[in-house]
Ligand binder design. Structure first.
Ligand SMILES: [Zn+2]
Length: 288
């Protein structure tokens, strides 16, 4: 995948799309008084690329960075950016744990073997930051629990804790003036467990929170297109349908997909199938 250039999405928001190996979406929200960066990049190199692209486009460098959650690919560039860091209290707690770790290949492999790290992350850390690596983990400076509003001058950013299966600390950033919602990874499945999965207890309250934002543009952590409201609405409809069908038809995947076909009159698409599989995986995982 080539490095993708910064794109202006709305009046105040610039987006650098995800890239390999596991670089997430990054945004700059540009106000009259200062620029806020959303998520802190995967490495010094990724952070530097973002800062260089801002400079090339004549955009003032960020004065603050807000994190969506603690996962390495969203935070390892924070020290290079060097601004004060805003995060949920749980994110700060997780980063303090990460900051005490060693990051050599051997230490990563040991943590994978001990179940403290997942192979997917260890493999991508090795690709993003080849050995010998030095990782500086910046600890957050400004903490919040439920909500924090930031006035950038002519545009605001509302940080809201939403949780979900992917990470308990997941935060979204809403830019009301631009009707843009930066989702981070909150809609993704739980990954730090022996089986990747969703649970209705975490997924549906998350959807209930996300639909309260009057957004038209939705940016996900690792999706290379921006969702419209119609696309987001269609996606949440499929997630709710997956939940209803499993509640009615149980945890046999073929039976649930057959029920989906008879309910909708068409073959279940990739999204619906993905959420059916994830919710079933969660049910079976917790039933053990
Ligand atoms: Zn994540």
């Amino acid at each position: 995948m080539p490095e993708l250039a910064l794109q202006k999405l709305t009046d105040h928001v610039y987006w650098m799309p995800p890239a390999e190996p596991d670089r997430p979406s990054l945004c700059a929200v540009v106000g009259e008084r200062f620029t806020l960066m959303l998520d802190a990049a995967s490495s010094d190199a990724h952070a530097r690329l973002f800062l260089d692209q801002l400079a090339k486009n004549g955009i003032p460098a960020p004065r603050l960075v807000a994190l969506t959650h603690w996962h390495w690919d969203h935070v390892f560039g924070a020290a290079e950016i060097g601004t004060p860091l805003i995060a949920h209290r749980l994110t700060a707690r997780e980063l303090a744990i990460q900051a005490a770790y060693e990051w050599t290949d051997e230490a990563l492999d040991q943590r994978v073997a001990a179940g403290k790290e997942i192979a997917f992350c260890a493999d991508n850390i090795k690709l993003e930051l080849p050995a010998p690596r030095s990782i500086r983990i910046a600890l957050p400076d400004i903490l919040f629990d439920d909500a924090l509003d930031i006035d950038l001058g002519g545009v605001t950013c509302l940080l809201r804790h939403v949780g979900g299966d992917h990470a308990a600390d997941s935060v979204v950033a809403y830019i009301p003036e631009d009707r843009l919602l930066f989702l981070g990874d909150c809609l993704y499945d739980a990954v730090y467990t022996p089986v990747r999965h969703y649970t209705p207890e975490r997924l549906f309250p998350l959807l209930d929170k996300l639909v309260t934002f009057d957004a038209q543009h939705y940016i996900e952590g690792h999706a290379d297109t921006v969702m419209s409201y119609a696309e987001f609405n269609a996606l949440t409809g499929k997630i709710r349908l997956a939940g209803e069908l499993i509640a009615e038809s149980g945890t046999d995947e073929a039976a649930v997909l057959a029920a989906a076909k008879s309910r909708t009159g068409s073959e279940p698409d990739e999204d619906l199938t993905y959420f059916v599989k994830g919710l079933i995986a969660g049910k079976l995982f917790f039933a053990k």
